[in-house]
Design a protein around this ligand. Structure first.
Ligand SMILES: Cc1cc2nc3c(=O)[nH]c(=O)nc-3n(C[C@H](O)[C@H](O)[C@H](O)COP(=O)(O)O)c2cc1C
Length: 110
């Protein structure tokens, strides 16, 4: 994950560019639930700044974390991200964390 300064620079560029698009659609940021709590705080701090403010978040992308609950050896060995049930607890926690850290920014999730 980029550091906070890199995140800031990225969001400033994207948000300022988006402002120049006429009738632009909502600008949403999709996050992975693999972010640590510190990283969640960094993202929240940055996207709440006026010059970096996005319209909302999508939570979440797949996880590369492999929970112990994966009973099927084949699933546990998959190198790509996991979606669906193994992700549910993590993504639900991420929705709660980001809602709190952003003081209620709109979130698309499940
Ligand atoms: C095969 C597959 C391909 C995906 N491709 C993308 C992608 O190109 N871009 C993206 O932002 N998310 C992608 N995702 C993530 C999904 O959009 C979704 O965020 C993730 O699967 C978690 O939701 P779910 O548990 O409902 O599947 C992909 C997921 C899967 C399983």
């Amino acid at each position: 994950m980029p550091n906070k300064k890199e995140l800031y620079d990225l969001f400033v560029s994207v948000v300022q560019a988006a402002k120049r698009v006429p009738n632009r659609p909502a600008l949403l940021v999709k996050l992975a639930s693999d972010l640590s709590y510190e990283e969640r705080k960094d993202v929240a701090d940055v996207i709440m700044k006026k010059e970096c403010k996005v319209d909302g978040l999508i939570i979440s992308n797949t996880t590369v974390f492999k929970p112990d609950s994966l009973s099927c050896e084949k699933e546990a060995l998959v190198t790509g991200g996991l979606s669906g049930k193994p992700l549910k607890t993590m993504s639900t926690q991420m929705v709660a964390d980001m809602y709190q850290l952003t003081n209620g920014m709109p979130i698309i999730g499940k």
